[in-house]
Ligand binder design. Structure first.
Ligand SMILES: [Zn+2]
Length: 82
């Protein structure tokens, strides 16, 4: 298998966190998937895509138990605009 982005051949199965955005929150969904070690491109197969779709549907509904592992914070001390 060759990477379609960088044509690298170093593709390994890795445990990665796919990010799903729900409002202002980000939910990490851990999945095992082939990842290009050169450029970081992830290759999800059909089963993983379906799993992620299913996870997104479930997360967008109320009542799904999610563990809080961090916070998304915003820096607004000073204005960035000139
Ligand atoms: Zn690549």
């Amino acid at each position: 298998m060759k990477c379609i982005i960088c044509h690298g051949e170093d593709i390994k199965i890795r445990e990665v966190n796919e990010e799903i955005t729900v409002g202002s929150d980000i939910v990490h969904v851990p999945v095992s998937t082939p990842v290009c070690m050169t450029c970081g491109e992830r290759y999800y197969d059909r089963r993983t895509m379906q799993y992620l779709e299913n996870a997104e549907n479930r997360i967008s509904k109320a009542g799904v138990k999610l563990k809080e592992v961090g916070k998304v914070l915003i820096y607004e001390e000073a204005s960035h605009s000139a």
